[in-house]
Design a protein around this ligand. Structure first.
Ligand code: EPZ
Length: 417
């Protein structure tokens, strides 16, 4: 298994390009299932999860082609097998996003139940309840969701929890349903808005994406379209936190301040100077950060996907911080690894109290999930001496060429095969 070897102590400086958003690309690739005409995507990030989804879609009969500019064309004209097998779904939970489109386009779907993952049990009951409200007959047998529907009917769906992929699954299914669907308590994440923009380009009739209530008028068929994937706000936030933690000065281009305001507010609170340009963000940090408290919640509040990265920042900040994780029940595993580097963290339930220490000391640590890995890389960049991060396949799922980008910014980091 690959590892990352990091020599801490160099402030990050320079400029890198932010990639397309993983969590926009995945649902948008699944939207290709809704149409018999090709969907052309640009700015698709080159990630393990994207490759996994391409394998999954290919197995269903989607024709996948890459053009010379790394543009992706997905043609579901000859979609023949509405099946998402366990072998692929177990490696990527987001595969559940094929359920709504397959049911809407083919009237049937067999999708392996995604297991839990390191950060939590991750049920999909709200996806299933929403599709049943639209008239689908859904059973779970031998670990597979077996779904059928002559034609999905418009419905009013109010799920008691805000679910990002749940909102995306139901929005995609409703595009081809008969009549009007209203999704209340909908997720407002920018990736939901990007998916809606792509669906509208395909001819869908959607209003209210980005608000808590999304209205979809079903149509009989969708056409092909071209769509450019939005920038990755979590990759953006991760690099900004790394720059702040190392006392550096960076410019991130091909991204936007508008999609991560809550994160920028916290970075300013920690002492960073942030300048927003049209399609770039500049961060300058003099001296150690000040501890910042945070509480994760659905967008536009502080994103759970940035909690681990900020915990690394708070480990070497001045003061004491309280971090509360309200979205997932087990998203503090990075704390145990950060303690190996000398961090002072007390966990009780969904709250972590982080006392800033003057210095972390390099050690070997183990990545447990995607954003925890990023947290350990940030800690390694500031720790004295050498840090080895193991099991970095987690990192490769969601960050494109992270060691190359960090090296461009002056980090002393290399991958050991
Ligand atoms: C999406 O996951 C993201 N993944 C996650 O990013 C992100 O952490 C999460 O949203 C929250 O923002 C993708 O977009 C591919 P949820 P998702 O459904 O949709 C509970 C990353 O690092 N819930 O919004 O699976 C659930 O257990 C990943 O890129 C149910 O109870 O998250 C959780 O407590 C990690 N029943 C809460 O809702 C359901 O049917 C929010 O989960 C669905 C969800």
């Amino acid at each position: 298994m690959d590892k990352l070897l990091i020599h801490g102590g160099s402030p990050l400086a320079g400029e890198v390009r932010i990639s397309g958003a993983k969590n926009a690309a995945l649902p948008i690739m699944c939207a290709s299932l809704l149409s018999a005409a090709p969907l052309r995507l640009t700015n698709v990030p080159h990630l393990r999860d994207v490759t996994t989804l391409l394998n999954l879609l290919g197995g269903m009969g989607i024709a996948v082609s890459l053009d010379e500019k790394l543009g992706l064309e997905l043609d579901a004209g000859r979609l023949h097998t509405p099946l998402a097998p366990y072998e692929l779904v177990k490696t990527m939970r987001a595969s559940i996003l094929v359920l709504g489109p397959l049911l809407a386009r083919c009237g049937e779907a067999r999708v392996s139940l995604p297991g839990g993952c390191a950060i939590g049990q991750r049920p999909v009951d709200l996806h299933i309840k929403g599709l049943q409200a639209m008239g689908a007959d859904i059973r779970v047998e031998h670990g597979y969701i077996i779904a059928r529907a002559e034609r999905l009917k418009g419905a009013r769906i109010a799920s008691d929890l805000v679910t990002v992929t749940g909102t995306e699954n139901l929005m995609m299914a409703a595009c081809l349903g008969e009549g009007t669907t209203v999704i209340e308590n909908a997720a407002r994440e920018p990736e939901v808005v990007d998916l809606a923009a792509c669906l509208k380009a395909m001819g869908a009739n959607i209003e209210g994406a980005g608000s808590g209530m999304i209205r979809i008028e079903g149509v009989s068929a969708l056409s092909g379209a071209e769509h450019r994937i939005m920038p990755d706000r979590i990759e953006t936030g991760t690099f900004l936190v790394a720059a702040a933690a190392t006392g550096g000065s960076v410019r991130l281009r091909n991204t936007s301040a508008r999609i991560l305001e809550a994160v920028l507010d916290k970075l300013r609170e920690a002492g960073a100077k942030i300048t927003a340009e049209d399609d770039a963000i500049v961060l300058e940090m003099d001296g150690p950060p000040t501890s910042v408290n945070l509480r994760t919640a659905p967008y536009p509040a502080f994103p759970t996907d940035m909690q681990a990265q900020f915990m690394a920042l708070d480990c070497i900040a001045r003061g004491t911080a309280v971090l509360t994780e309200t979205i997932f029940e087990n998203r503090f595993m990075h704390a145990l690894e950060l303690q190996r580097l000398g961090a002072d963290i007390e966990i009780s339930g969904n709250t972590a109290v982080v006392k800033g220490v003057a210095q972390l000391d390099g050690a070997t640590v183990m990545a447990t999930d995607l954003r925890a890995s990023a947290s350990l890389v940030i800690a390694g960049l500031v720790a004295k001496g050498e840090t080895v991060v193991e099991r970095i396949y987690h990192l490769d799922r969601g960050y494109e060429c992270i060691e190359e980008k960090l090296s461009q910014l002056g980090a002393r980091i290399k991958r050991i095969h």
